[in-house]
Design a protein. Sequence first.
Length: 204
Amino acid sequence: MNLPVRACAAAAALLLGACSTLQGRAPMGNGGEGAWIAHLAQLSTLQAWELDGKAGFVDGKDSGSGSLDWKQQGDESSLDFRGPLGSGAVHIEGDAGALHVKTSRGDDFVTTDPETDLGRRLHQPLPIFSLRYWVLGRPDPAADSTKTTDARGELKSLDQSGWHVEYQEYAEVDGYSLPTRLTLERDQVRIKLAVSDWTLPAKP
């Protein structure tokens, strides 16, 4: 990493230092396949959730950060970014087939390939279709992947669809172990996510 990129990364990291209502812990040790299978089976039952947090982006000499609110209900996604992506406020909503993107600067488009179109239009290739799984600490079931896990069966790292995902912290949320800090990297792009709060549906 050259000096400008290193400086941008440091700036983005500082901007992600928001207070969290969750008590995070780092992954520990190495896990067996049995622990991972049990952990993944539990995560697979989680079809609705909300998260609040911060997102930081670094791409070459450019960087930025801002708030992120994400609501997921089955395949229906609704995301609000404020600050990053070079567009002020960004609202994204849709399902697993297509997403509608609107920004405060006037962008308004529908995409079936958000990673490509967000990269081209907003200069940040955000892989939202896969990220809805990665933020839970599980691979996207639609693509092959490789992983490392800890003693609890949680992901420590994930390689999928050209992205490398590192998991720095988890927290216990209503009986689930969910990520609170993770980093995505591909080529010169680095995306840091810090979750300050998870909201899960009440158990029956």
